[in-house]
Design a protein around this ligand. Structure first.
Ligand SMILES: NC(=O)c1ccc[n+]([C@@H]2O[C@H](COP(=O)([O-])OP(=O)(O)OC[C@H]3O[C@@H](n4cnc5c(N)ncnc54)[C@H](O)[C@@H]3O)[C@@H](O)[C@H]2O)c1
Length: 276
């Protein structure tokens, strides 16, 4: 998509972290914003930041894991702006979950937000973008969507699903020679509040009990990697550039893809699974 100025971008999970970074990069390019999030306080603060900067912005409380909320978001966007050119299905949660010893309620929650959220966004928004003949739909996956590490069972499953969803969508769009593009964002560690927000939103709240010392250590390692991670505004810039250049894969830490290559080599050559 070449033209950003005066067009509308919808971002779920837009009140914090990577979503807010995307909103800032789009606003810098003259776009109007629709911010959707579950957290009212964060949403108001984000909206105020953009109003103060003279950006046209609306915000809406929305649970990205509910189809009716996504449909209401689309209706509000069309009522207010009459069109939508960029949609980023980014709202997400993540908490260590063992693939051996898990609570179904954790798996359902993570898969509902992280995978059904993007499915509902594609289902609801893609026809609206296509009706305009041009635009872009993006969803946030993770490096966990490319390689499955231990103790992130549900997150891995959801994020692999997001990669598959967006790849299938992009291939179908290209096959029918559409000018609408799809892409997937696969971040490595980014310095956001995802851990705290996820603990707050988790059904029953609180951290899952890590049943082994190893699992607890892993959760601690993830947290410190996030704290030393990339600034979310940098991710927002990468996304805006990728949309302009019609890239499909948006990797914040491309060198991490070496692990994916190793896994592929081991699959083809030895039919074994690498350690991750
Ligand atoms: N931070 C990282 O290192 C990292 C790495 C890979 C992928 N991601 C992905 O990036 C995306 C954004 O996460 P972030 O790191 O910016 O975290 P964040 O917590 O700072 O931002 C996520 C936002 O989503 C909102 N949210 C959570 N559940 C929601 C729901 N059901 N409906 C609507 N909004 C909801 C939260 O309130 C929050 O504002 C997520 O999909 C996450 O899985 C993050």
């Amino acid at each position: 998509m070449q033209e950003f100025s005066g067009r509308t971008a919808v971002i779920t999970g837009g009140a914090s972290g990577i979503g807010l970074g995307m909103a800032r990069s789009f606003a810098k390019r003259g776009m109007q914003l629709v911010l959707a999030d579950l957290d009212e306080e964060l949403l108001r603060a984000a909206e105020q930041e953009f109003l103060d900067a003279g950006v046209t912005v609306v915000s809406q409380i929305c649970d990205a894991s509910k189809l009716e909320d996504i449909e209401r978001l689309a209706e509000a966007t069309m009522d207010r702006f009459g069109s939508v050119h960029v949609v980023c299905s980014n709202a997400g949660v993540g908490i260590p979950t063992s693939a051996l010893n898990f609570k179904l309620s954790d798996w359902e929650w993570i898969i509902n937000v992280d995978l059904w959220g993007p499915i509902y966004a594609v289902k609801t928004f893609l026809p609206l973008i296509e009706a305009q003949g041009e635009g872009h739909i993006n969803a946030t996956s993770s490096m966990a969507g490319l390689i499955s590490s231990q103790m992130m069972g549900a997150y891995n499953v959801a994020k692999h699903g997001v990669v598959a969803l967006m790849a299938a969508t992009e291939r179908e769009l290209r096959a029918k020679k559409s000018n609408v593009r799809a892409s997937v964002l696969c971040p490595g560690p980014i310095n956001t509040n995802i851990s705290r927000h996820s603990v707050d939103y988790r059904p029953g709240r609180g951290k899952p009990k890590n049943d082994t010392e190893k699992a607890g250590k892993l959760a601690g390692n993830i947290q410190s990697a996030l704290e030393q991670g990339m600034h979310p505004d940098e991710v927002g810039e990468l996304v805006a550039r990728a949309i302009k250049e019609e890239k499909f894969w948006i990797l914040t830490h491309p060198r991490w893809a070496k692990g994916v290559q190793k896994q592929l080599d081991a699959m083809v050559n030895e039919q074994t699974l690498t350690r991750a």
